[in-house]
Design a protein around this ligand. Structure first.
Ligand SMILES: *Cc1c(COP(=O)(O)O)cnc(C)c1O
Length: 430
């Protein structure tokens, strides 16, 4: 497979950007080799600068639930941008996207659009603190919530890949406001409420943790968090930047039927353009400026082109059987992969929910905590990733990242993928 152009582009990029990239995991450090520079995408396929074609399961890390350059999304963007790209004044498109979301999601009453998942979570934390008049927050090891200071405390995703537990540049005083405990550990959460009685503004969790492997939680644990928050007048914040509009239109809240106090969204909501959102009850949201005294603003918030892309994408998601079909495709892919393995592969498993899948090298029936991921097993992923690329299958370049099936994946794509996966897995497990 030719890589010359990607290699040359990466050499140039290294002169411009730290590590040659604008977001760390893109640098391929955890799988080795050179990142592919992508030239175009259509449907479930992407093409790199050397003209190689891949079936894509990264989907821009989740946003592209319809696939690349979906015609309806592209048309909406074109039509909207013809009339201007930003005004810094309200537009009807913001109402339209809000209406689409709120009329189909009983877990939130009022929302605020922002420009990224990080911004959504950062703002939601400020809201929780402003509303409860408490400073401390509680998060879980193995959940990623973007890169705001309060949350870069033993964060997952890229950070775990690099073997760091937190980031330089985050003041100790910030870290002291963030309590970190293990997932699936009720005793630890209870202890935190004893140690920091009446000080915890919110518990933040990815209800479907999917940034550090796929650490599916017991519903009982999520319900326990709901109950202990209610008892302690602490807010429960579901960070659904990855699970929102992915596990059904109402995300994890709907899947588990648990009512959080605040929910954050990103990724899918913008149809591939930068949009984030946080939402809550009308009462809690009334604390946001200009109605309340929790300040939060954005020059490009509610950007009309991004709103139009979001409307186009979410309209498709609302069609009957949309999520059911995605899940069936995902189950089909996984079952086909194992049919294609000649060897009996005992210590390799796929965990999945809806259209998210994660390959784990383990004998365990469940992996619910970050600590239960065998760091050493990532050596298998390195090989798997390379062997899959050589067979025209593109996965996110880290064994801690999940894969996404999108609407555009065809039966033919899935069969080809399963065959390649079967071969690659046998090599990776040698
Ligand atoms: C991706 C993600 C974020 C960060 O969103 P960005 O748009 O990358 O800033 C936050 N929380 C979760 C759960 C995510 O998956």
């Amino acid at each position: 497979m030719k890589r010359d152009k990607s290699i040359a582009l990466f050499e140039k990029a290294k002169q411009y950007f730290p590590g040659g990239v604008n977001s760390p995991v893109r640098a391929f450090r955890s799988v080795g080799g050179t990142p592919l520079f992508i030239q175009k995408g259509k449907g479930s396929h992407i093409w790199d600068a050397d003209g190689n074609e891949f079936i894509d399961y990264c989907g821009s890390w989740g946003p592209l639930i319809l696939g690349h350059a979906n015609n309806k999304v592209v048309d909406a963007i074109k039509t909207t941008v013809e009339n201007g790209s930003s005004f810094g004044a309200p537009t009807a498109l913001e109402n339209e996207l809000a209406e689409l979301i709120l009329s189909n999601n009983k877990y939130i009453q009022k929302i605020r659009f922002v420009s990224s998942g990080t911004e959504a979570v950062m703002s939601a934390i400020r809201l929780a603190r402003g509303y409860t008049k408490r400073n401390k927050i509680l998060k879980f090891e193995g959940c990623y919530h973007g890169h705001s200071d309060s949350l870069l405390v033993k964060a997952g995703s890229g950070l775990v890949t690099f073997g760091n537990t937190s980031s330089a540049g985050v003041p100790e005083s910030f870290v002291n406001e963030t309590i970190v405990v293990s997932l699936d550990n009720e005793a630890a959460v209870k202890q935190a409420f004893v140690d920091f009685k009446d000080q915890i503004a919110c518990i933040i969790i990815e209800p479907i943790p999917a940034n550090n492997g796929l650490l599916l939680q017991r519903k009982e644990f999520l319900q326990f968090l709901r109950d202990i928050c209610t008892e302690n007048k602490t807010l429960l914040l579901f960070d659904e930047v990855i699970s929102g509009f992915r596990i059904g239109f109402t995300g994890a809240a709907g899947y588990y039927n648990i009512q959080p106090d605040i929910i954050t969204y990103g990724k899918i909501i913008g149809g591939g353009l930068p949009v984030g959102m946080y939402g809550s009850s009308a009462e809690i949201m009334s604390n946001i400026s200009p109605e309340g005294n929790v300040y939060q603003a954005g020059t490009l918030s509610g950007n009309p082109v991004a709103m139009a892309a979001g409307i186009a994408q979410l309209t498709e998601c609302l069609k009957p059987n949309f999520y059911k079909d995605l899940e069936s495709k995902t189950q089909f892919l996984i079952s086909q992969i194992f049919l294609n393995c000649k060897l009996q592969i005992a210590n390799c498993k796929f965990f999945s929910i809806g259209s998210i899948f994660w390959i784990a090298f383990t004998n365990a029936e469940h992996i619910r905590t970050a600590e239960n991921i065998d760091v050493d097993s990532m050596k298998h992923f390195r090989v798997l990733h390379k062997e899959l690329l050589d067979r025209d299958i593109y996965l996110g370049p880290s064994g801690y990242e999940v894969g996404f099936v999108c609407e555009a994946h065809t039966q033919d794509d899935l069969i080809k993928t399963a065959k390649a996966f079967g071969e690659a897995l046998e090599i990776a497990m040698q």
